[in-house]
Design a protein around this ligand. Structure first.
Ligand code: SF4
Length: 205
Protein backbone atom coordinates (compact mmCIF):
# COMPACT_ATOMS: atom_id res chain seq x y z
CA UNK A 1 0.00 0.00 0.00
CA UNK A 2 1.11 3.55 -0.73
CA UNK A 3 2.29 5.29 2.44
CA UNK A 4 4.91 7.61 0.95
CA UNK A 5 4.40 9.00 -2.53
CA UNK A 6 5.94 11.53 -4.86
CA UNK A 7 3.92 14.45 -6.11
CA UNK A 8 5.56 17.06 -8.32
CA UNK A 9 8.96 16.28 -6.85
CA UNK A 10 7.86 16.47 -3.21
CA UNK A 11 7.59 13.61 -0.75
CA UNK A 12 4.13 13.08 0.71
CA UNK A 13 3.10 10.87 3.63
CA UNK A 14 -0.28 9.13 3.44
CA UNK A 15 -0.79 7.78 6.97
CA UNK A 16 -4.57 7.52 7.22
CA UNK A 17 -7.79 7.41 5.23
CA UNK A 18 -9.82 8.77 8.14
CA UNK A 19 -11.26 12.27 8.12
CA UNK A 20 -14.07 14.02 10.00
CA UNK A 21 -15.00 16.06 6.93
CA UNK A 22 -16.51 15.41 3.53
CA UNK A 23 -15.33 18.43 1.60
CA UNK A 24 -17.00 19.32 -1.66
CA UNK A 25 -13.63 19.70 -3.38
CA UNK A 26 -11.91 16.66 -1.81
CA UNK A 27 -9.78 14.77 -4.29
CA UNK A 28 -11.09 11.53 -2.81
CA UNK A 29 -14.42 12.25 -4.50
CA UNK A 30 -12.87 12.05 -7.93
CA UNK A 31 -10.47 9.13 -8.02
CA UNK A 32 -8.19 6.81 -6.14
CA UNK A 33 -4.95 8.77 -6.35
CA UNK A 34 -3.09 11.85 -7.55
CA UNK A 35 -0.14 12.48 -9.83
CA UNK A 36 -0.18 9.04 -11.43
CA UNK A 37 0.56 7.25 -8.16
CA UNK A 38 -0.93 3.92 -7.16
CA UNK A 39 -4.12 4.04 -5.12
CA UNK A 40 -3.90 6.08 -1.93
CA UNK A 41 -6.66 4.03 -0.33
CA UNK A 42 -4.78 2.10 2.35
CA UNK A 43 -5.27 -1.63 2.91
CA UNK A 44 -5.36 -0.80 6.61
CA UNK A 45 -4.29 2.11 8.80
CA UNK A 46 -0.53 1.55 8.86
CA UNK A 47 1.16 1.01 12.20
CA UNK A 48 3.90 3.37 13.30
CA UNK A 49 6.43 0.65 12.51
CA UNK A 50 5.00 0.19 9.02
CA UNK A 51 5.27 3.93 8.41
CA UNK A 52 8.84 3.98 9.67
CA UNK A 53 9.76 1.00 7.48
CA UNK A 54 8.19 2.66 4.46
CA UNK A 55 10.19 5.81 5.19
CA UNK A 56 13.39 3.76 5.39
CA UNK A 57 12.73 2.64 1.79
CA UNK A 58 12.48 6.21 0.45
CA UNK A 59 15.43 7.74 -1.42
CA UNK A 60 15.69 10.82 0.79
CA UNK A 61 18.31 12.46 -1.45
CA UNK A 62 15.54 13.49 -3.88
CA UNK A 63 13.65 15.59 -1.36
CA UNK A 64 13.98 18.43 1.12
CA UNK A 65 10.57 18.15 2.79
CA UNK A 66 8.03 15.56 3.92
CA UNK A 67 4.41 16.67 3.66
CA UNK A 68 1.84 14.80 5.74
CA UNK A 69 -1.04 14.88 3.29
CA UNK A 70 -2.81 11.94 1.74
CA UNK A 71 -6.22 10.39 1.30
CA UNK A 72 -7.33 11.44 4.78
CA UNK A 73 -6.69 13.98 7.52
CA UNK A 74 -3.19 13.33 8.95
CA UNK A 75 -4.06 14.80 12.35
CA UNK A 76 -6.61 12.05 12.82
CA UNK A 77 -3.45 10.27 14.00
CA UNK A 78 -1.91 13.24 15.75
CA UNK A 79 0.11 11.41 18.38
CA UNK A 80 1.27 8.78 15.85
CA UNK A 81 2.24 11.57 13.47
CA UNK A 82 4.41 13.13 16.17
CA UNK A 83 6.14 9.79 16.73
CA UNK A 84 6.77 9.43 13.00
CA UNK A 85 8.00 13.03 12.80
CA UNK A 86 10.55 12.28 15.53
CA UNK A 87 11.77 9.31 13.50
CA UNK A 88 12.01 11.37 10.31
CA UNK A 89 14.07 14.01 12.12
CA UNK A 90 16.33 11.30 13.58
CA UNK A 91 16.89 9.66 10.21
CA UNK A 92 17.06 12.66 7.88
CA UNK A 93 17.38 16.42 7.66
CA UNK A 94 14.08 16.79 5.85
CA UNK A 95 11.71 19.56 6.83
CA UNK A 96 8.23 18.49 7.90
CA UNK A 97 4.94 20.08 6.89
CA UNK A 98 1.42 19.04 7.81
CA UNK A 99 -1.46 19.88 5.51
CA UNK A 100 -4.44 19.80 7.83
CA UNK A 101 -8.06 20.78 8.23
CA UNK A 102 -7.08 22.25 11.59
CA UNK A 103 -9.65 20.29 13.57
CA UNK A 104 -7.23 18.35 15.76
CA UNK A 105 -8.58 19.93 18.96
CA UNK A 106 -12.02 18.50 18.13
CA UNK A 107 -10.66 15.13 17.04
CA UNK A 108 -8.23 14.88 19.97
CA UNK A 109 -9.06 17.46 22.66
CA UNK A 110 -6.08 16.47 24.81
CA UNK A 111 -3.51 16.74 22.02
CA UNK A 112 -0.51 18.71 23.28
CA UNK A 113 0.24 21.38 20.68
CA UNK A 114 3.69 21.91 22.16
CA UNK A 115 4.61 18.38 20.99
CA UNK A 116 4.98 19.88 17.51
CA UNK A 117 7.77 22.22 18.62
CA UNK A 118 11.12 21.43 17.02
CA UNK A 119 9.54 18.73 14.83
CA UNK A 120 6.96 20.35 12.62
CA UNK A 121 8.38 23.12 10.45
CA UNK A 122 5.21 24.18 8.66
CA UNK A 123 1.46 23.91 8.97
CA UNK A 124 -0.85 24.50 6.03
CA UNK A 125 -4.35 24.87 7.44
CA UNK A 126 -7.47 24.86 5.28
CA UNK A 127 -9.30 28.07 6.13
CA UNK A 128 -11.82 27.27 3.42
CA UNK A 129 -14.21 30.11 4.18
CA UNK A 130 -14.78 33.40 5.96
CA UNK A 131 -17.42 32.29 8.46
CA UNK A 132 -18.75 29.14 10.20
CA UNK A 133 -21.75 28.66 7.92
CA UNK A 134 -19.78 28.86 4.69
CA UNK A 135 -17.11 26.63 6.22
CA UNK A 136 -19.66 24.00 7.15
CA UNK A 137 -21.23 24.16 3.70
CA UNK A 138 -17.84 23.36 2.14
CA UNK A 139 -16.52 20.80 4.63
CA UNK A 140 -19.58 19.02 6.02
CA UNK A 141 -17.52 18.58 9.18
CA UNK A 142 -19.04 16.03 11.55
CA UNK A 143 -18.37 18.52 14.35
CA UNK A 144 -20.78 21.01 12.82
CA UNK A 145 -20.64 24.79 13.08
CA UNK A 146 -18.16 24.91 16.01
CA UNK A 147 -15.56 23.49 13.63
CA UNK A 148 -14.68 26.88 12.18
CA UNK A 149 -13.75 28.61 15.42
CA UNK A 150 -11.88 25.52 16.61
CA UNK A 151 -9.82 25.59 13.41
CA UNK A 152 -9.05 29.31 13.88
CA UNK A 153 -8.12 28.74 17.51
CA UNK A 154 -5.80 25.88 16.54
CA UNK A 155 -4.07 28.05 13.94
CA UNK A 156 -3.37 30.81 16.45
CA UNK A 157 -2.27 28.47 19.24
CA UNK A 158 -0.10 26.34 16.96
CA UNK A 159 1.77 29.43 15.78
CA UNK A 160 3.51 29.46 19.16
CA UNK A 161 5.14 26.11 18.36
CA UNK A 162 5.41 25.90 14.57
CA UNK A 163 7.50 28.53 12.74
CA UNK A 164 5.53 28.64 9.48
CA UNK A 165 1.74 28.58 9.64
CA UNK A 166 -0.39 29.49 6.63
CA UNK A 167 -4.06 29.35 5.81
CA UNK A 168 -5.24 28.13 2.44
CA UNK A 169 -8.41 28.49 0.44
CA UNK A 170 -9.27 26.93 -2.88
CA UNK A 171 -9.46 29.64 -5.48
CA UNK A 172 -12.93 28.95 -6.78
CA UNK A 173 -14.84 31.34 -4.53
CA UNK A 174 -15.90 34.82 -5.65
CA UNK A 175 -13.83 37.93 -5.06
CA UNK A 176 -15.91 39.08 -2.09
CA UNK A 177 -15.30 35.78 -0.31
CA UNK A 178 -11.59 35.81 -1.16
CA UNK A 179 -11.34 39.31 0.30
CA UNK A 180 -13.29 38.26 3.40
CA UNK A 181 -10.91 35.33 3.88
CA UNK A 182 -7.93 37.64 3.46
CA UNK A 183 -9.34 39.91 6.17
CA UNK A 184 -10.01 36.98 8.47
CA UNK A 185 -6.46 35.68 8.04
CA UNK A 186 -4.94 39.14 8.44
CA UNK A 187 -6.90 39.71 11.66
CA UNK A 188 -5.18 36.62 13.07
CA UNK A 189 -1.77 37.55 11.67
CA UNK A 190 -1.56 34.40 9.54
CA UNK A 191 -0.70 34.49 5.82
CA UNK A 192 -3.31 33.26 3.34
CA UNK A 193 -2.42 31.19 0.29
CA UNK A 194 -4.91 30.70 -2.52
CA UNK A 195 -4.61 27.19 -3.99
CA UNK A 196 -5.57 26.01 -7.44
CA UNK A 197 -8.66 23.88 -7.78
CA UNK A 198 -7.36 20.52 -9.03
CA UNK A 199 -10.52 18.49 -8.95
CA UNK A 200 -13.13 17.87 -11.64
CA UNK A 201 -15.93 18.20 -9.13
CA UNK A 202 -18.33 20.63 -10.79
CA UNK A 203 -20.71 20.62 -7.82
CA UNK A 204 -18.69 23.30 -6.05
CA UNK A 205 -20.08 26.87 -5.84
S1 SF4 B 1 -10.38 17.64 5.16
FE1 SF4 B 1 -9.08 17.03 3.41
S2 SF4 B 1 -9.23 14.76 3.32
FE2 SF4 B 1 -10.91 15.49 4.62
S3 SF4 B 1 -12.66 15.63 3.21
FE3 SF4 B 1 -11.68 17.67 3.33
S4 SF4 B 1 -10.22 17.75 1.61
FE4 SF4 B 1 -10.78 15.57 1.95
Amino acid sequence: MKIFYDLNGSLYANITNKCPCACRFCLRNNGDSVGGNDSLWLEHEPTIDEIKSAFDEVDKSKYNEVVFCGYGEPMERASDLIEVAKYIKEKSDLRIRINTNGLVLLMHPTFDLSSMEGLIDSLSISLNASDPEKYYYITNSKFGLPSYNSMLSFAVSASAFVPNVVFTIVGVVDDDEVNACKERAADLGIPLKIRSYISNNTDYN
